[in-house]
Design a protein around this ligand. Structure first.
Ligand code: GH3
Ligand code: MG
Ligand code: MG
Ligand code: MG
Length: 314
């Protein structure tokens, strides 16, 4: 584990990211010096079920973004001492905010300035005054797209499971939850046995389909509340909330058998594969150390490999 998992740092991301966010109301930050108008927008957006906040002071924008973490920024252009265009330009220098949708909402009539606003990091320009209906529909459409993109970024391309970064985030989330609720969960590292041979014998494309078949098993056979990610090439990480080690062990053995029973075909040759898994359970460790759990699951996986593969060790 080259990069240690800093739980406390990841926790800061929890509220804003990870799957639970899907069902959450869209978060819109309004930055405008006109207080009455801001309240009007806020009212309209809240009326449409969104979570709208106002930041009247552009100087506080960055810190407000960090705490509120909006899906979309509604930005005025002409504000005393500040230009929304410059704000947008500088926001795009922050890696974290390069993807944040910025919709300018301004009375600016100068076309050159409008175009400049779009050229400098704005995604859309809406001229004031705007009807509530139009505001709501523009904002909702863009926020929706933003969420979908964020969901895609969290997924591994080959399998559709959570990718490495996001399964680790999910682990941090689960650690915090288990600490808060005094609950138990298990972490499983799974790895396909002798996978290099599969590639060498049947080709990379067939190897890919084996990986996908295992992901499909993981997706369909684990509980809906379990989280699964592709940790590396042919290595998977599963998080099982509310699951003690013996239950996780049964679950994994069942998966192991189901995977071993799958038959793959390549140019008339039928073959099958096996997997090994290592389990670590939070009941055995200090939860502040999510990293320890991962290391222990990994050690258990290596013990399973050493012990002859096609087995689960807890
Ligand atoms: P072990 O039983 O010890 O796990 O042996 P192994 O051969 O599975 O392990 P090793 O780490 O030596 O090889 C893993 C192989 O997985 C090597 C790599 O080419 C292959 N691999 C990694 N990612 C992918 C992928 O996305 N698609 C395919 N087809 N192969 C992959
Ligand atoms: Mg203004
Ligand atoms: Mg392997
Ligand atoms: Mg491996």
């Amino acid at each position: 584990f080259a990069r240690p998992l800093d739980v406390m740092k990841l926790v800061e991301l929890i509220d804003s990211r990870v799957g639970e966010r899907e069902a959450e109301a869209y978060r819109i930050l309004i930055v405008d010096d006109d207080e009455l108008l801001s309240l009007h927008y806020q009212h309209a957006l809240r009326g449409a079920g969104m979570q709208a906040e106002i930041e009247p002071d552009p100087a506080d924008l960055i810190s407000r973004l960090e705490t509120f973490r909006p899906d979309l920024l509604l930005l005025d252009i002409n504000m005393p001492g500040y230009s929304g265009i410059e704000l947008a330009t500088s926001l795009r220098f922050y890696e974290e905010w390069t993807g944040l949708p910025i919709v300018f909402l301004s009375a600016e009539v100068n076309q050159e300035r409008q175009l400049l606003a779009l050229g400098q990091g704005g995604d859309d320009f809406i001229a004031k005054p705007i009807s509530e209906k139009r505001l709501v529909s523009v904002v909702r459409a863009r926020a929706e797209r933003m969420r979908r993109l964020a969901g895609l970024r969290a997924c591994d391309g080959l399998t559709g499971l959570l990718n490495h970064v996001h399964i680790k985030e999910a682990l941090a989330v689960e650690c915090m939850r288990a600490m808060r609720e005094q609950s138990t969960f298990s972490v499983v590292m799974l790895d396909i046995d002798h996978f290099k041979q599969v590639n060498d014998t049947y080709g990379h494309a067939r190897g890919d389909s084996v990986i996908r078949a295992l992901s499909h098993l993981l997706k369909t056979r684990l509980r809906g509340s379990d989280k699964v990610g592709r940790y590396g090439g042919e290595e998977f990480l599963a998080i099982m909330p509310g699951c003690q080690k013996d239950a996780a062990q049964r679950q994994c053995d069942w998966l192991r058998e189901a995977f071993a029973a799958l038959e793959f075909e390549h140019e008339g040759v039928i073959f099958s594969c096996t997997l090994s898994a290592g389990i670590a359970s939070s009941e055995d460790y200090e939860l502040q150390h999510a990293n320890t759990l991962l290391e222990c699951a990994d050690q258990a996986l290596y013990a399973a490999k050493d012990g002859g593969r096609n087995r689960v060790i807890g």
